[in-house]
Ligand binder design. Sequence first.
Ligand SMILES: [Zn+2]
Ligand SMILES: [Zn+2]
Length: 429
Amino acid sequence: MEILIKGGRVINPADGFDAVCDVYVANGKVQKIGENISVSSDALVIDATNKIVAPGLIDMHCHLREPGQEYKEDIKSGTQAAAMGGFTSVACMPNTSPVLDNAALIEFVKNKAEKEGSVHVWPIGAISKGQKGEQLAEIGDMRAAGAVAVSDDGHPVSNPELMRRALEYAGMFDTLVISHCEELSLAGGFMNEGAVATRLGLKGIPNAAEEVQVARDVIIAGELKKRIHIAHVSTEGSVEIVRQAKRRGIRVTAETCPHYFTLTEDAVEGFNTNAKMNPPLRTQKDVEAIIAGLADGTIDAIATDHAPHHEDEKDVEFAAALNGIVGLETALPLGITYLVKENKLTLVELLKHMTSLPADILGIKKGRLAESEDADIVIFDVETPYEVDVTSFASKSKNSPYHSYQLYGKVAYTLVDGKIVVNEGKLQA
Ligand SMILES: [Zn+2]
Ligand SMILES: [Zn+2]
């Protein structure tokens, strides 16, 4: 199929290209970018006037819940949610049931995604067998089967010696290690430690619960000269540790999530279980530090940590509610509304955190909008506000704190390998 995307503001964040022009797509690739491209009359024309045309977004951290928890999400629904949010590649975490800790399961996810997925799926394997934090998983075999990284996400690697061996072993296969930093002996609470927790009578989680492990991991990675990636950075102290480590030449990268730059612990007021996550929502000071970290490049990627849960798992007393929120369908609009419209980042900078930077960390040849690249493209509107309606989400789960928010940046089209997956804001039948 041939597609001509006409008259949009075309942005390639990797090299800063930013111009109003046309994009011609055929055979799954971007064939030409330029002004007034003329093509055969068979080509489908998408009018992108007053819209942004950018590389499809890359989410380096989501939970698709398959195998084992398909009542929350599966590869089909999760990748549909991704496409609706403008993502064309997602890396999914291995805390499924069973845990993705061997090559056969990595292949299962890849095959299933090939058949049923709306976007590209890049599985992440476990660091330890069963994510139990005891024995290393077969990282080399998983890498060979297509795992882009390893992580025990959902659980920390509590034993520093195991993390050290994981970095050494994964490093032999140039495999990225993603660390969910949480010192469990400090983390036995339900929300951020502070005034709100005290008022609500909930046990708090201090910033140190995250920061001591961020510090530990950059120290170990630095000593070994291996790569480490810090998942879902939520605190001012973590940002500062990563900033200092980068200055010292340690090979550390980091991600944060939209909820850590848009919400504070105040969102928990009224015992809102859709504001319960791990790490917890912090304070305004932390939010500002996260934004500063994105602005100066300390934080590389914006990931969703899309964590679907069934209504019954959230509609319980706060302490018993499961952690996490769905994020694929609101990430880009939250970035545009809270970072670009507030003049914290330029649109090109925001998109870089959501395209080329995460692609490069994962080592996948994605995240570019340029001639001869794969035609994974998102087209969205930054001028017209819309109201978030969780009931319209393609995700099976609706656990989002952003219901009825007015945001900018609704996705109009998503193309994957040159095929239209989202058409005028709706999934292509
Ligand atoms: Zn995590
Ligand atoms: Zn996660």
